[in-house]
Design a protein around this ligand. Sequence first.
Ligand code: C2E
Ligand code: CA
Ligand code: CA
Length: 565
Amino acid sequence: MTKEIFPDLYGAFFHAMSQIRSLNESAQKAFAILGDALRIGRVAVRFNVRRNVYSAVTKNLPPRLELYRSAHSFNQDVCKNFQFTMQDELIVEIAIYGDVYCEQWSVKQLSALAMIAETTFVFISRLRLADLARIHAMTDPLTGLDNAMSFASIGRQHCVLNNIGKYTAIQLNLKNFRLVNRRYGNVIGDQILRKYGAYLAGLMHTGDTAARIGGDEFVFLVRDDYAQELVKKLEKVSITALNTDAAEITVELHARMGVYEIPDDETDFGHVMEAVSNTLLAARTAGYTSVMDYSPQIINQLLKNKELQSFLPNALKNEEFIACYQPKVSLEDYSLIGCEALVRWQHDGKFIMPGDFIPILEEDGTVCQVDFYMLRRVCQDLNDWLSRGFNPPIVSVNFSKHHLSNPNFVEEIMDILEEYGIDPSYIEIELTETTNFHDFSRLKKSIAEMQAYGLTTSIDDFGTGYSSLNLLKDLSVDIIKIDRSFLSEDKTSYKRDQIVIRNIIQMAHELGIDIITEGVETCEQARLLRGINCMMAQGYLFDKPLPKEDFEDRMMIGQYPNPEE
Ligand code: C2E
Ligand code: CA
Ligand code: CA
């Protein structure tokens, strides 16, 4: 029989088998072709995993499959078992049962069945390989969660099925995970991430999706009604891992999250991904909160800020930054005793004030480039003045806190001065108060280095931080600039402010520190400052920040009239 009719049937069977696209798809049609000729009642497959075999098959593929069941059911007692072993030692058992009319197979039929079983095995191997490749391509290998590609494909399916509106997208980034890796090493770092991934998977409900899309970045699609609760749970998670000596390490993982409750009319999953990742970015840059909810205003602001940051390289190249100089005046004799260089950005025919771009450039640290640019500008202007016979006073230049993490900060300042041949006694460096101890010790170190080179140092906005008194005690800075908020005429705080400021000034003097107050606008304020022994002032009472040429006129005179006369 095999000889006469089987070749045709076998060809048809082979063709039908080759049409199957996934392991889970039953091969019903293919076996039906042979059913009557070979009296097949049922075909079942079992995967039998030996130890040490990659277990993807047991985790992601069903361990048992029924490929075929005949309409006349099958005979439990007539069964032929075939066993094959895949390359990775996975054992595949194929059991072929006879149908109810079959009492025993002939020798010919048995040899045909062997051939059928072998063919089936070949197709199963092929499909398993394709399944493994697909699983591999859609899975994050470290955590076993979905990867970015899989997440996007699931999201697109939700969009097509029109139920994306029931979900909230959350993107999460672990704070300071870099430090975990640095402290415990990458192997333990990976172990912690794996456990964290397992914890996340455990929090998901049916239909939810959790994916790892980068080192310590995760993204979720969860049902709206559960989203807030999940966010709360994720803010802080404790993970315990074992180190190389099998000792337990517990780390607390704090998360930053962007949350986007997807509207019902959303059709573009690309937009969802963009909205949620921008919301997370906004949370990261805002600094004041760990969880940010999507809002079009926040995203607009973020995009504007990013745009502004992107203009910076060209702005530096095209020299769009300009220095204005605001005079500093002695309250003893109203002479010009110094000035502060303040940056202005001439962009697209508009003047942008520092308040509108310095904080944005602080976010990504690029402000440092502007500061060094300004120092160069000041050196050029000083050289110009010196060559034209002016007698310029000391010029102060603002430097952001960001510089403190640069170990070569002071060297870079000195290199610039050297390049322009400027004596350090012409330059004062204004730095702001810091809030944490680590920064404080770096501030202290930088100030000492600057002083050793002959630069003058000052602390800007004094009194706005929280550590003012310690700062006075521990920092041998040359000058303190008292913030203009101390001159506020708010009646409730006025008296107390006076007492504080008076005592700060006295203490500073005893410590050999000079004091200047900024933002002096009225004669009353100037009188008051004199009364409490602050003899230097800067403010609109004398001048606003002036363009270079106007400042030159002031230098020429070198003296202000007594504003009270
Ligand atoms: P700041 O260093 O505290 O500078 C003093 C600010 O107060 C200046 O604002 C100045 O124009 C303003 N001001 C001066 N006198 C008065 C007054 O009598 N009344 C009032 N209401 N305001 C007065 P400006 O030029 O807009 O600069 C704002 C801030 O931008 C500066 O505050 C500083 O923190 C930052 N900045 C300016 N230039 C630079 C720079 O080159 N580098 C860095 N890192 N920051 C800069
Ligand atoms: Ca300043
Ligand atoms: Ca200031």
